[in-house]
Design a protein around this ligand. Structure first.
Ligand code: AMP
Length: 289
């Protein structure tokens, strides 16, 4: 039966009841951090965790420190009852729904401990959202320390975030294995996202151009085009007659996110843009989607 844990103390009590370490036999705990408003993208992470671990804990917490002052923290979609109903049949053992005060007991003041990776946090999404990756590292490290999982699951939808978390875990010697799960898309290719519900019907139709642009770049690469500027223009051509304002469309080294001039199969196409009031991100590998 799935249990709801509403405080870090609840999590500690639950963990001590789980007997995850029994002599030589370690029962693993898988962890899926989310901000709720769950969709099939989130559920894919959950299914991987349930399949690969003895216990799975999912957190639902809209993290204030990763939103800028003019962003959608106050209006971020919330649907806890529906989220719980989606998680229950998947075999999730516990859902952790902390308050802001639980995660940031020093009240988000200047006295809070901050964790971030300066060079990686200032590229791509970090340019328009300078606070974002610091907020992500701050919340994920706090959640890791409360939940103490063996395995944690993140989506490749947020590829830069996934890389940052892998780096933080390695740099700080956290005993957690990070798993990246491929992007789950709508039938027309739009990457599933909680924010897609902000789109109007006509914006929703237009939004699939992002996927089409990435596919056009990948296909051109596979057909022999290796010039980064040329590939970028192939993608921009697909988007140019749409109302999508491109924030960036770059082919980068998928470890340090530096722009690549010499394209290799390990490079990744990274996109961010704004459609109406909605910021959308997507990415694609050049050799594998
Ligand atoms: P969020 O609730 O948006 O913070 O997302 C929670 C986790 O779900 C993150 O690791 C995301 O990368 C992942 N995620 C969100 N959308 C998708 C998707 N379409 N496919 C795969 N993973 C996703």
């Amino acid at each position: 039966m799935m249990i709801q844990l509403t405080s870090p103390l609840d999590v500690h009590r639950w963990l001590s009841d789980q007997e995850l370490n029994q002599g030589n036999c370690v029962h693993t705990l898988g962890f899926v951090p989310t901000m709720g408003a769950l969709h099939e993208g989130h559920l894919e992470l959950v299914k991987a965790s349930v399949t690969q671990n003895h216990r799975t804990l999912v957190s639902i917490f809209v993290n204030p420190t990763q939103f800028g002052p003019t962003e959608d923290f106050d209006t971020y979609p919330k649907s806890l009852e529906k989220d719980l109903a989606l998680l229950n049949p998947l075999g999730v053992d516990a859902v952790f729904t902390p308050t802001i005060n639980d995660i940031y007991p020093s009240h988000l003041s200047d006295y809070s401990t901050e964790v971030y990776i300066p060079a990686l946090s200032q590229k791509l999404c970090g340019i328009s959202r300078p606070h974002f990756f610091k907020g992500v590292c701050m919340v994920v490290l706090r959640l890791f320390n409360i939940v103490r999982p063996h395995h944690a699951y993140f989506g490749e939808k947020d590829f830069q975030q996934l890389s940052l978390i892998k780096k933080m875990v390695a740099d700080l010697f956290l005993p957690i294995t990070i798993h990246g799960i491929p992007i789950i898309r709508e039938a027309d290719g739009l990457a599933k996202s909680s924010r897609n519900q902000y789109l109007t019907a006509s914006e929703r139709t237009v939004a699939s151009a992002i996927y089409k642009g990435l596919c056009a770049m990948r296909e051109a690469y596979l057909a022999g085009t290796t010039d980064a500027i040329r590939l970028k223009h192939i993608g921009l051509d697909v988007l140019k007659d749409t109302p999508i304002a491109v924030e960036y469309l770059e082919i980068v080294n998928s470890t340090n996110f530096d722009r690549s001039d010499m394209i290799t199969p390990e490079n990744r196409i990274m996109f961010a843009g704004v459609l109406g009031k909605t910021r959308l991100i997507d990415n694609m590998g050049l050799s594998q989607p």
